[in-house]
Design a binder for this molecule. Sequence first.
Ligand SMILES: [Zn+2]
Length: 143
Amino acid sequence: MRLQTCRRHPSAGRFLVTCSGCTQELYDIEQANRARAEAERAAKVRAALGLRDAKVRPEMGETATRVSRWSVRELDDSFARVGGTVTAQQVQRTLPHGETYTVVEVTLVANVSGVGRVEAFTDWDPADETHGFALPVIRALAA
Ligand SMILES: [Zn+2]
């Protein structure tokens, strides 16, 4: 068998079938394109849901298709834009010093054209933020 040398990556050394330099370069192109497509998808989702910031915040539990809204008011703004199905569940949160408290996590699942299923969510304290009961997003709560 004849060993070859890549004209593009001569420093990768001689190889039998595939140049490791070419393999790495193809992988890098795929990764860059995937990252760009993911960023475009995230920007599209966030614009559709009414967020001004296109940057995904993983530390807030966000992904390209799952966004955190500041309050039930902002979630209602997303609901007005894209509609969807609304659910709520009680969750316990723990403060840094260990104290726990209960809130209602409200989740909106909607369909964004060209993207598909997306989620927006927020914490709501009904006893404190009583205005939430009058909002369409809360009136639409699914059983
Ligand atoms: Zn090569």
